[in-house]
Design a protein around this ligand. Structure first.
Ligand code: SF4
Length: 349
């Protein structure tokens, strides 16, 4: 597809969310990226939180973490360019280690992934011996290597229920743990760590029987949404349908009309007809849904943005392909153990 053709195609989709002057500039960049992608035998994966001009121009596959992990595992291309954040690019490398995996920005971290270390998990497992441990995919490879299985927001309930245990360690997102505990009928416990470890671990395990043992990680984006925000929007738009992500607090989830993974929210909007929608994930996803559903009114709270997802730009994606940067590497011993946890999750679906 030529540069002009690509611009026309983007315009068709994005004229209601991106001004034309920006669209022309970005279409030119996207054209160069697509040329280089073909020359270098690369595949581009784009997370639902990417900004609209990138989202609708360069990814071969778009979706949530679970979708993209599956695509990363299946690709036969030489290079995987991950337009998402670091833990996602690491998951691609865990699943497909012979490929070169590139992350366009070295600043694309995540507050959840940064909230827990492999040593934190080892301490928890020493304190609660025999209790299975689940890590949300929003963790780094060395943390994934220490747990029994991973999960995403779309399969967390199925993963927890697949474990043959009424007590489960669930890391690191406190709010996701609280929401999943509610759905699986468990009581939530947030242990305090870091002091002297308890001597009698048997007693600790008995005390938490039937519980979900969480961690104090938070998504710095979703924790900012409040029930007051929802009430204020409902007051202004009484017919609004509110969609939240389970990384929001249980109170925000309860005040919403629907809660689910980013893919589940996109499907929900596609399959329903409401006068207004408010989506509480990262603001760019609201733009992407608006572009795909021009007949629907999307409200966004763009005062809350993910600083990590926003570091992924078309400019840096072009540089990533030109300079083969930033390459994701994981020590093989860690990758093999992390692979077990991720692969076990993918088998559950
Ligand atoms: S939106 Fe939250 S969970 Fe997602 S990358 Fe940003 S900080 Fe991490």
């Amino acid at each position: 597809m030529g540069a002009q053709e690509l611009y026309e195609e983007m315009k068709l989709k994005l004229s209601n969310v991106v001004p034309d002057v920006e669209l022309r500039y970005k279409a030119e960049l996207a054209y160069q990226i697509n040329q280089l992608k073909a020359e270098r035998n690369a595949v581009i994966l784009g997370h639902n939180y990417m900004e609209p001009a990138l989202f609708y121009s360069i990814p071969d596959f778009k979706g949530d973490s679970l979708d993209l992990a599956r695509k990363a595992a299946q690709t036969d291309k030489d290079i995987i360019v991950f337009c998402g954040v670091r833990f996602m690019a690491e998951t691609a490398k865990i699943l497909n280690p012979t490929k070169t995996v590139l992350l366009p920005s070295d600043k694309a971290g995540c507050s959840l992934a940064a909230s827990i270390t492999a040593e934190d998990v080892r301490q928890l497992r020493r304190r609660y011996p025999g209790v299975p441990a689940v890590a949300y995919v929003n963790t780094y490879a060395d943390v994934k290597a220490e747990v029994d299985i991973c999960c995403t927001s779309s399969n967390a309930v199925a993963v927890v229920e697949s474990l043959d245990s009424d007590t489960v360690i669930f890391l690191p997102d406190e709010y996701l743990a609280r929401n999943i505990a509610q759905q699986t009928g468990k009581h939530i416990i947030l242990p305090t760590m870091g002091g002297t470890e308890q001597a009698d671990t048997t007693l600790d395990v008995q005390k938490v029987a039937g519980s979900m043992i969480g961690w104090h990680g938070r998504c710095e984006v979703h924790e900012k949404f409040t029930v007051e925000d929802i009430l204020a929007v409902r007051q202004q738009f009484p017919d609004v349908v509110v969609l939240s992500h389970p990384e929001c607090s249980p109170e925000v989830v309860a005040a919403s009309d629907f809660s689910g993974s980013t893919n589940a929210m996109i499907k929900y909007v596609e399959q329903t007809k409401a006068p207004h929608y408010l989506v509480l994930p990262e603001c760019a996803m609201g733009d992407n849904i608006a572009a795909a559903n021009p007949d629907k009114e999307m409200l966004r709270l763009c005062m809350v943005r993910c600083p990590h997802m926003n570091t992924i730009t078309l400019e840096d994606t072009l540089k990533a392909l030109q300079l083969t940067r930033y390459v994701i590497d994981i020590p093989e011993e860690i990758r093999l153990r992390a692979y077990r946890s991720v692969e076990r999750m993918i088998r559950i679906g």
